[in-house]
Structure formats: C-alpha cells, structure tokens
Ligand binder design. Structure first.
Ligand code: NAD
Length: 496
C-alpha cells in the first residue's frame, strides 16, 4: 500500500507519528495511507522554513516570479496526472478537476506579477528635502491549512502569493485527499524553488495546533468549515499571529418571476450538483419569488434532473462523483431524512442512487426538496452535498431578508431581467460575493475571494490584491538629506 509522507526542506520526509487511511470514494476502498505529522515533524518543517527565509527575502522579486512562470508551465504539463490524483482521492470527475486546477493556475499567473505588485508607494518632497515611501516587507514563516474539497486550488490561493512576496511557507493540506497537493508542491521544487521555501506536512489536529502555537509562524491562512475556522482564528490571534480564516457557506439564489427560467434552471443545476455540492460556493438554496416562479422552477428542475448522472470519477460522462467519505454520505442522507420529517417535499430523491459496479462508493444522487422553511435543519446547516432546497417567498425583500438573516454570507446570486432589482440586490445584500445571472460568482485571481458574516474570520480576503496586503507588512520610511540651504536647528513641535 502506498504511503503519503511530507515535503520538508526540499526532500521527501516520513517523520515519526501516526497514519490514517486514504479512501477512493468512488470504490469505497482504502488504497493509500497518509502519515500524520507529529509535533516534532512539524517543528522540523518550521525550522526549515525559518532557515530559508533570510536568503529568500533578499531574492529579487523578479527572480521569485520567474520560478512561478516555470511552475505554471509544469502545472499545465502535468495537469492530467494532477486531475487523476484529485479524482482518486476526492472523487471529482476529470472535467471538474481540470476546472479546479485552471482556477488554481490563474493564481500562479497573478503571482508572476510580483515585481509590479510589490513596487510600494512613493511621495517626493513631503517636506523640505524630505521624501517618504512605503514598502511591503515579507512576514517570515507563514502557514496554510486547507480543506479536502479543492486539494489543488485552495493551496494555490495561498502559497504562490505568500512566496513571491518573500515569505517561506508550511502547508498542512487535508488528510483526506493529500496526494495532488503534495505532487503540486513537488512541481514547485522542480521549478527551481530553493529548499525550505515551501514545506508540506500532512497531518491532523496535532499538526495544526503545532503551527498555531509556534512563535516562529507569523501568519496563518485557513480555509475549511466554520467551527474550525473560528477556532483557528481565535487561537492564532491569541498567539499574536495575523490570521485569515475562511469558513462554511449556505449560498442562496433568488429566482425572480421575470427570470429567464431555462437559463436559471441550467445554471442552478451546475451550481447545485457540480462536484456533488462539495463547493463552498455551491448554490444550495433557490428562493423563488411567487408561486408561479416556484412551480415553474420546480417542474423544469425536476425534468432537467432526470438526465443527471452520478458515478465514478474515472468516467468523464458522469456529471458528478461521490461525496468524500461514508460518514459524510450518511450525514447528507440524514439532512434529507430530516427535511422529510419536518414537512418538506422531496421532489427528486437521491438517497439510494444506483451506480452499477460501484456499490460500495459513497454516492448520493441529485436531490431536490421543495417547500423548505427557515426553521428546518436542512435550511439552517451547510449540507455540502448534491441537494438543492427550494424556499417559496412572496417578495424580493423577503428573499433578501432570509439571506441577510442566515449565519453565512459567502456567495449569492439573483436571476432576473430587471436591472434595477439586480442593482438594489448587489448594493444591499449582506454577502461577500454576488452574482447577477451568474450562479458561481467566484472572483477571478486579480480580485480577492471572501465571504461575510461567519463565512470569514479576519479582515483581508484570500488571493488577489488582498493577498499582497495579507502576506506583507507595510514599512514607511521618511528620509531627509539636509543640504546647507534647508538645514535648521532643533525643532520641538510635532512635525507638520
Ligand atoms: P474542515 O474544517 O474539516 O478541515 C479543514 C482543515 O482543518 C483540514 O486541513 C483539517 O485537517 C483541519 N482540521 C479539522 N479539524 C480540526 C481540528 N479540530 N483542529 C485543527 N484542525 C482541524 O473542512 P473540510 O471538511 O476539509 O472542508 C469543507 C469545509 O470547508 C466546508 O465547510 C466548506 O464550506 C469549507 N470551505 C470554505 C471555503 C471558503 O472559501 N470559504 C472554500 C473551501 C471549503
């Protein structure tokens, strides 16, 4: 059986400690084991990053960026292998894994602009013969902790920017699907990164807690579920670290009576069921305004779902694959059961899909539930499965109030032909990322990604311009070279 270890100081590392099974969720079998780093192994990775920092900090930004150019080429050349590894451990179909990878590569492309992004700000003659400038200096050792659902893309949100900004990095990927993440970091070494600048430690809470407590770690980027995000943010902040912790979601789409219903239905189908709904930007609630819109939505959706194909990652004709674990499959089915018990109407039932030849896989079929109300458990919690809820309301304001009252505020969208309604919605809704007739409004790499409310703890969003701010600290220098003409005696008043 294959064992997945760590990458420390540029070399493969096994370290000491425990291990855990890695499943192929399409077959339900265990084909690999992942090592779970002990405190000592994580400390070794931190020490390697700390040792690499002084030289890396002083490497010109252009040279750092050139490594990113080579990294991008290697990612493209190895795309098929990366997607195979994602499929084997996550269950994503190859076209979906390719989409994930290309969104990750976008972030590498953005990081290639480091010399431009790090130019700083300069003001000449802020006073007589006085110039002032701000520069963005790296923080030192930065840690990243990432979730299972985007094993390639989410780490690529973090370390390319952290590294081109002059930091060194310790990444702790999800222990449930670690191979593609580790392979990608090895490609970065192949691109010419000096040893110790990127380190990958696989592990669980022990590894995470070591990163949170170690004084050498200056900042932590986290993406995962809200309870863990809150824990990470609280602990990291208490230990004096800069922290951004992105959490869970419950993304609503408002379907207005004037919407192009065929467009809304096809967009909702992809956004609700793609990747088995295991996306933090998945649309999991459709809020239909008026019964006529709701009836049309439900009947068209039901018809469209007849052709949805759930199955193994290896068959690219499937629309989506299994969920990540048996326990998660049971949890998703539990939410559907609870919806039924609490009075909702199961229109399309995916609790027992027939996936011939893969009877032990962790599959849940596409599920549509109508007449959901806000008190129901399925509405309040993040399901993270291929389940679309329909809530019926009478007005757009009621729909917006529902969204605003929900604890999460990651993404949302509106389907309408009314520009005024769309503008009012995007101006006022309490959500960080908004789509107008766009179901998955994931910002491109040169904007930043982040939710509001309990979907993000911290101030700065992930990637894009916010990443430059997050991974650097500003230093402002004021300089005077007094010449005879402007030389003055001592001044005791506050400088003005
Ligand atoms: P998770 O919170 O279980 O795990 C995320 C990371 O935290 C993993 O590396 C894991 O090892 C670590 N971890 C888990 N339990 C821990 C503990 N008790 N102490 C310390 N570390 C711990 O999340 P997941 O199930 O891997 O990912 C799915 C979740 O991530 C969903 O809630 C999804 O919405 C969220 N997510 C959010 C975004 C976003 O941008 N907001 C993006 C992707 C995923």
């Amino acid at each position: 059986m294959k064992t997945i270890g760590h990458l420390i100081n540029g070399t493969a590392h096994t370290g000491s400690g425990r291990s855990q099974d890695v499943y192929n969720p399409s077959t339900g079998t265990v084909d690999k084991q992942v090592l779970l780093a002990s405190k000592a192994t994580v400390e070794e990775a931190i020490a390697a990053a700390q040792a690499a920092f002084p030289a890396w900090r002083n490497t010109p930004a252009q040279k750092r960026a050139r490594i990113m150019f080579r990294f991008k080429e290697l990612l493209e050349a190895n795309a098929e292998e990366i997607c195979r590894l994602i499929g084997e451990e996550h269950g994503k179909i190859s076209h979906d894994a390719m989409g994930e990878l290309s969104r990750g590569i976008e972030n590498v492309e953005y990081a290639c602009g480091a010399p431009e992004l790090l130019k700083g700000e300069h003001s000449k003659n802020v006073g007589p013969a006085i110039d002032s400038w701000s520069e963005f200096q790296p923080l030192g050792v930065v840690a990243g902790i990432t979730p299972f659902n985007f094993p390639a893309m989410v780490p690529l949100w973090m370390y390319p920017m952290a590294i081109v900004c002059g930091n060194t990095f310790v990444l702790k990927p999800s222990e449930r699907d670690p191979s593609s993440t580790l392979f990608i970091a090895e490609l970065l070494m192949e691109a010419g990164l000096p040893a110790g600048v990127i380190n990958v430690v696989n592990g669980d809470k022990e590894a995470v807690d070591t990163l949170l407590q170690d004084k050498r770690v200056q900042a932590v980027s986290f993406v995962g579920s809200t309870p863990i995000a809150e824990y990470i943010y609280t602990q990291a902040s208490a230990n004096g670290k800069r922290c951004q912790a992105l959490g869970g979601a419950k993304n609503h789409a408002i379907v207005m009576p004037d919407a192009d219903m065929d467009n809304a239905v096809s967009a909702l189908t992809g956004a609700a069921f793609g990747s088995s709904g295991e996306r933090c930007m998945a649309l999991s609630v459709a809020v239909a305004v008026g019964d006529a819109a709701a009836d049309a939505l439900v009947s068209k959706m039901k018809a469209q779902m007849q052709s949805l194909k759930v199955g193994a990652f290896s068959d690219s004709s499937n629309d989506f694959g299994p969920v990540i674990t048996k326990a998660h499959q049971e949890k998703v089915v539990g939410f559907i059961n609870s919806a039924q018990e609490q009075g909702a109407e199961i229109v399309v039932d995916g609790r027992a899909p027939n996936v011939s030849g893969y009877e032990n896989g962790f599959f849940v079929g596409g599920t549509l539930i109508d007449r959901v109300t806000p008190e129901m458990t399925c509405y309040q919690e993040e399901i993270f499965g291929p389940v679309l809820l329909v809530v019926r309301v009478d007005s757009m304001q009621q729909a917006m109030d529902l969204i605003d009252d929900h604890e999460y505020g990651n993404g949302t969208c509106i389907f309408t032909r009314d520009g005024e309604a769309a503008r009012y919605f995007s101006d006022n809704i309490l959500v960080g990322m908004v789509g107008i007739n766009v179901p998955l409004p994931v910002p491109v790499a040169y904007h930043s990604f982040g939710g509001w409310k309990r979907s993000l703890f911290g101030d700065l969003h992930a990637y894009g311009p916010d990443a430059v701010r997050f991974y650097t600290k500003r230093k402002t220098i004021t300089q005077r070279w007094p010449s005879a003409g402007v030389r003055e005696g001592a001044q005791f008043a506050f400088p003005s």
